[in-house]
Design a protein around this ligand. Structure first.
Ligand SMILES: *[C@@H]1O[C@H](CO)[C@@H](O)[C@H](O)[C@H]1NC(C)=O
Ligand SMILES: *[C@@H]1O[C@H](CO)[C@@H](O)[C@H](O)[C@H]1NC(C)=O
Ligand SMILES: *[C@@H]1O[C@H](CO)[C@@H](O)[C@H](O)[C@H]1NC(C)=O
Ligand SMILES: *[C@@H]1O[C@H](CO)[C@@H](O)[C@H](O)[C@H]1NC(C)=O
Ligand SMILES: *[C@@H]1O[C@H](CO)[C@@H](O)[C@H](O)[C@H]1NC(C)=O
Ligand SMILES: *[C@@H]1O[C@H](CO)[C@@H](O)[C@H](O)[C@H]1NC(C)=O
Ligand SMILES: *[C@@H]1O[C@H](CO)[C@@H](O)[C@H](O)[C@H]1NC(C)=O
Ligand SMILES: *[C@@H]1O[C@H](CO)[C@@H](O)[C@H](O)[C@H]1NC(C)=O
Ligand SMILES: *[C@@H]1O[C@H](CO)[C@@H](O)[C@H](O)[C@H]1NC(C)=O
Ligand SMILES: *[C@@H]1O[C@H](CO)[C@@H](O)[C@H](O)[C@H]1NC(C)=O
Ligand SMILES: *[C@@H]1O[C@H](CO)[C@@H](O)[C@H](O)[C@H]1NC(C)=O
Ligand SMILES: *[C@@H]1O[C@H](CO)[C@@H](O)[C@H](O)[C@H]1NC(C)=O
Length: 456
């Protein structure tokens, strides 16, 4: 059917109206699209800028660390060249500790290598430790060394006493004559390392990895080795020393355990190794340096007034009985005007684990024989891990009593780490029946003993 003129007019009108509408719609759509695009672009730009800034921040941080490290090298090198001897090590220590805190593990490793190369932490056995940098508390956490075909990893005489060295690794490294005593080394990896003549005394090595390591004359006394892995590790020639070490949950084969020194140690299965039951006093029976002539110079004891205590031989030469040949007394020619004492500092290093576990008690004893106006006493002053001295405990003989065994015993406080044992000779100034010469007024002491025992 043909379209009427009227309709044609309408259609024309409609079409002419549609065109601008279409244009309008197109414009709107385009604008929306453009807006969307540009906002996306802006977002992208923002992200790019952010990334760029982060990278530049990262670079800045990196450069900052470089600067810190370079400044450190400069300063320490200058200090090393200066002849300001006395303060040199103190300044280097301060600089090192502060610098290490600001660096990442990669740079900390460089600091360690620098200190080692400049012999500040190289313990040349001909030098005393006073020429070394005191590295106590230095932060070397997370540093990692590994021998590769290109890079060697050898440390001899490395001195890292009391440092932070957790999460570090020394993979395939050769470490000889080195000292890691008292260091904090949790999780540290010594995979395939050779560890010769090295001290890990009192190091905290929980969960450390010694898988396939080789040991020779290495000392783990007092170390905490809970959960350590010694799988396929070898001890060459001698037994490995684990005296007073905590081996709870450590991976050690029966064969490895059999070839180890486990005195006072806590074994992987939670039982204790053999407990030392001998006296800790050096020359407590007065038998070292014993001679008929007597001696005022003998091993093991500090004398309050040097030369005034003698080590003398029993005149009947009682060789077989419990007293042996010699005893201690005040020098015969000395007229006692004050208390005279012999003392000895006894370290509990071999017993720290037993003591900190709270299952140790101590027993001290001495045989006294006194005559005339004299009496004797024994005094124990304990010192704890912070160096604090406890109030002394003591016991004394009666005046002039021939033969008296004095004892002191109690539980050992879990924080004590040593004791000063003192044996003293003294005159009772209020004693009435005074009898003549010094020869009739004296005490003798013998068999001075001190034990730490495990409470059952
Ligand atoms: C920062 O830089 C280090 C190396 O210089 C790189 O390993 C790290 O991935 C970078 N981090 C960022 C967020 O770019
Ligand atoms: C040692 O060096 C420090 C730092 O460089 C300086 O402050 C100090 O005065 C010097 N001491 C002597 C005695 O030269
Ligand atoms: C050692 O690594 C563990 C696990 O990655 C982490 O939890 C711990 O904080 C790290 N310790 C130190 C001292 O860096
Ligand atoms: C390790 O260093 C400490 C602290 O200087 C020292 O007391 C100890 O004797 C050293 N150990 C060895 C085996 O050299
Ligand atoms: C624990 O281990 C030690 C050493 O291997 C062994 O002598 C002892 O018999 C074990 N004790 C128990 C209860 O398994
Ligand atoms: C005491 O003995 C030591 C070692 O036995 C010796 O070095 C020292 O010279 C002696 N002192 C005296 C005063 O005899
Ligand atoms: C010698 O030994 C006997 C028997 O043990 C003992 O009674 C006596 O006191 C000892 N003499 C001396 C001077 O120690
Ligand atoms: C030994 O180590 C384990 C695991 O770290 C710990 O729970 C235990 O208290 C330690 N024992 C002693 C006596 O320190
Ligand atoms: C005094 O010494 C004499 C001779 O050595 C002795 O017989 C006497 O018992 C002593 N008196 C006292 C109170 O010790
Ligand atoms: C002193 O020693 C005696 C004899 O061994 C003992 O009976 C007494 O309990 C001790 N006194 C103290 C305070 O330890
Ligand atoms: C034993 O030790 C405890 C705690 O350390 C203390 O309170 C007590 O007085 C001591 N006993 C003796 C007899 O010294
Ligand atoms: C000292 O002598 C007096 C008087 O003889 C006596 O009462 C006192 O117990 C004596 N002191 C000692 C520590 O033996």
């Amino acid at each position: 059917m043909p379209i009427s003129i009227k309709d044609r007019v309408w259609l024309k009108l409609l079409l002419s109206a549609l065109i601008p509408l279409m244009i309008g719609i197109f414009t709107v759509v385009t604008t929306i699209h453009q807006q969307k695009m540009s906002s996306l672009q802006r977002e992208q730009e923002k992200q790019d800028a952010h990334l760029l800034r982060r990278q530049s921040d990262n670079q800045t941080a990196h450069r900052h660390k470089e600067t810190i490290y370079a400044t450190y090298l400069d300063d320490v090198t200058k200090l090393l060249l200066s002849n300001n001897e006395t303060k040199r090590l103190v300044y280097i220590r301060a600089k090192t500790l502060v610098t290490l805190q600001q660096l990442d593990s990669e740079r900390r490793k460089d600091v360690l290598l620098f200190l080692y190369e400049s012999e500040l932490i190289y313990h040349n056995p001909l030098k005393t430790t006073t020429t070394l940098l005191k590295v106590n508390n230095a932060d070397f956490n997370g540093i990692s060394f590994q021998r590769t075909e290109k890079v060697e990893c050898t440390f001899k005489f490395l001195y890292l006493h009391h440092v932070y060295l957790s999460n570090a690794s020394f993979i395939d490294c050769y470490i000889d004559y080195s000292n890691f005593s008292h260091s904090l080394m949790y999780n540290t990896v010594f995979f395939k390392a050779l560890l010769f003549r090295t001290s890990f005394k009192f190091a905290l090595l929980d969960r450390a990895n010694f898988n396939q390591a080789k040991f020779y004359q290495t000392d783990f006394s007092g170390a905490s080795l809970a959960g350590c892995n010694f799988r396929d590790a070898h001890w060459i020639h001698q037994g490995l020393t684990f005296t007073s070490a905590n081996l709870t949950g450590a991976i050690l084969s029966n064969q490895q355990l059999e070839r180890s020194i486990l005195t006072n140690a806590l074994l992987p299965n939670g039982t204790w190794g053999p407990i030392r039951t001998t006296s800790l006093v050096v020359n407590g029976d007065a038998e070292q340096d014993c001679s008929l002539q007597g001696s005022t110079n003998f091993t093991g004891w500090q004398i309050s007034v040097p030369g005034v205590i003698s080590l003398l031989a029993y005149n009947n030469g009682n060789l077989t009985d419990q007293y042996g040949k010699c005893y201690f007394r005040v020098t015969p020619s000395y007229t006692l005007k004050q208390s005279i004492s012999a003392s000895q500092d006894i370290s509990f290093d071999e017993f720290t684990l037993l003591i900190s576990a709270g299952i140790a008690h101590y027993k001290a004893s001495v045989d006294f024989r006194c005559s005339g106006n004299q009496y004797g006493y024994m005094e124990l002053t304990f010192v704890d891990l912070y160096g604090l001295r406890y109030f002394p405990v003591n016991n004394q003989t009666k005046t002039g009593v021939a033969m008296e065994l004095l004892t002191i015993s109690n539980s050992t406080h879990f924080e004590v780490r040593s004791v000063q044992l003192k044996i003293a000779f003294i005159r009772n100034t209020t004693y009435t029946s005074i009898n003549g010469s010094a020869e009739e007024n004296y005490c003798i002491a013998d068999n001075i003993e001190f034990f730490i025992l495990k409470r059952e």
